[in-house]
Write a protein that binds this ligand. Structure first.
Ligand code: SF4
Length: 112
């Protein structure tokens, strides 16, 4: 897995991740949280499905309103998605540099 992640950081297309899909036998976070299309299109959780959302920097829910890059996983610790699928394992970010633009989160809020 580490090798796969390293390649992706360098821009290897997701299709080249040996078909690994963390969500294959689960209800994906964007379904569980009813994310709108606008968010799904941009969130790295949907674009990099070979890792769990809590292992990705800058998912929609990790961003706050102050320009954070989304490294803080404290929200994940109380999230029903992590609680259901995280097996109680410690959260560690594995995929960096693919996060959403915080401005998009602001836009999504005003569109509601
Ligand atoms: S809060 Fe964390 S675990 Fe929950 S859906 Fe967002 S990234 Fe995934």
């Amino acid at each position: 897995m580490a090798e796969v992640i390293e390649k992706t950081k360098k821009g290897t297309p997701v299709e080249e991740t040996n078909g690994v899909n963390f969500w294959a036998d689960k209800q994906a976070c964007w379904e569980k949280c009813h994310c709108p299309e606008m968010i799904k299109a941009e969130c790295p959780a949907t674009n990099y499905q070979f890792v769990a959302c809590w292992e990705i920097e800058g998912t929609y829910c990790k961003l706050d309103d102050n320009g954070a890059t989304g490294k803080d996983t404290s929200i994940c610790e109380v999230c029903r998605v992590y609680k259901k699928y995280g097996n109680g394992e410690p959260i560690r970010i594995k995929l960096f540099g693919k996060g959403m633009d915080t401005q998009l989160k602001e836009l999504a809020k005003t569109a509601k």
